[in-house]
Design a protein around this ligand. Sequence first.
Ligand code: ATP
Length: 261
Amino acid sequence: MREVTDTPNLPTAAVPEAIAVQIRHLNYYFGRGDLRKQVLFDISLDLPVGQIVIMTGPSGSGKTTLLTLIGALRSAHQGSLTVLGQELVGLGNRQLVQVRRNIGFIFQAHNLFESLTAAQNVEMAVELLGNFDSKHEQAVEILAQIGLKDRVNYKPQSLSGGQKQRVAIARALVNQPRLVLADEPTAALDKKSGRDVVTLMQKLAKEQQRTILMVTHDNRILDVADRIINLVDGRLESDQDLGNFVQTHDPKSLDRRMFIM
Ligand SMILES: Nc1ncnc2c1ncn2[C@@H]1O[C@H](COP(=O)(O)OP(=O)(O)OP(=O)(O)O)[C@@H](O)[C@H]1O
């Protein structure tokens, strides 16, 4: 068990290591004063290590807001949000940046740099952790693992939509984040590419014991999930366990697992 940092408005809590994300009574507001608007209401949720969770819900229901809070991309103020053992409520910007380093992000817009090759786009993520010596080898290795071995020196303009999204996935995964957050990762892809991308993410969750939270409107990929949560008007409306998930979390074995396509 890890102790969670105490914050002014929260009691100290202990979160089991097998829980990657623990949320308790989380509220979130945009704006201030008269313009203040509540968009998340009393969210409580546990995401176990190794689980692949799909979050659905109507447009404007708060999915992206919740994802960005979990990803330490905005700060939470009310309730408790513990990510990889760290309480985020009450953390300053510099500490949030540290938390982000353990999270892989995959967005609908792949946000690749057009002037850089696939390998160089991935290398940038490795550099962020200060690893300059082996960055090229690491980038090539993960690109090969996701089926892009013969595309490492291609620039995004010469890649298909599915291949670009795979580069974005390689970039999100190269530092072996324990938590992966994806916002509509298949929205811009055709049926086959979308399926390939999520199958890849599913393999990752199972073989490397990574936790994946994915926002999607894409009904074609719901079956890869262990669990589907539905957000409506900022509230957790339903939480459906699909019965696929078997908790196998063993912290000692985590780093020895390899991810092979
Ligand atoms: N920066 C912001 N400032 C003020 N309100 C915002 C901001 N971002 C989002 N909102 C509002 O918060 C609510 C939730 O938005 P959010 O983007 O989280 O929904 P969503 O479920 O991800 O929607 P979509 O499926 O369309 O992406 C919406 O009412 C939205 O208008």
